[in-house]
Design a protein around this ligand. Sequence first.
Ligand SMILES: C[S@@+](CC[C@H](N)C(=O)[O-])C[C@H]1O[C@@H](n2cnc3c(N)ncnc32)[C@H](O)[C@@H]1O
Length: 197
Amino acid sequence: MEKASNYYTSDLTLKVNRPKMSKQKLFALRLDHRPHRDMRVSTHIALVARAFGMDGIFFSGVPDTKLCEKINEVNENFGGNFLIKTGCEWKKVIKDWQSQGGEIIHLTMYGLPLPEVIEKIVNSSKDKLIVVGGPKVPRELYSIANYNVSITNQPHSEIAALAVFLDYYHKRQEFNFEFKNAKIKIIPSKNGKKFAT
Ligand SMILES: C[S@@+](CC[C@H](N)C(=O)[O-])C[C@H]1O[C@@H](n2cnc3c(N)ncnc32)[C@H](O)[C@@H]1O
């Protein structure tokens, strides 16, 4: 059986150049993308996933080349090898991930509080697929997932949920990530906008 670490090498040139220390793969799956209605939210989910050190993101729902182009343009300018794939079948992505030894972490307000489970998740050596919902979350996902994790038990947003999860997961190291082959590098400054090209 192929290991999850070789996941999708055939159709996506998978070269993990993740700006983080661990060897495990870290992907997101966003359910049910609708190109016209969800463009802004889906773009922001992918940008958060990239900036906070994930290896890539899958979207189920309608294929969307525009969304892929937007994110690939950010990769071109700001570096790294973040992968994006749209039009996936959610259950197949999850089943393949699990059958290759990876685990599924579903972010939902009904799950166990993040502070209670984060150490167990961080200490596990398995590749991780973080699932966030869209307009409708299939009921069976709650039983398929290895972890159902809440970021407070209040309803909010998939973008916020993913960002907070990744901040806990990386223990604030996202501030130190380097993105290889960047054309543009921001120079943090008190006033104005400074960058090097
Ligand atoms: C706006 S919600 C929609 C929820 C959807 N209507 C349902 O059936 O559950 C979209 C996604 O944001 C994430 N989310 C929202 N609030 C959350 C919370 N408190 N904790 C973790 N994830 C949350 C979940 O991934 C959820 O599927």
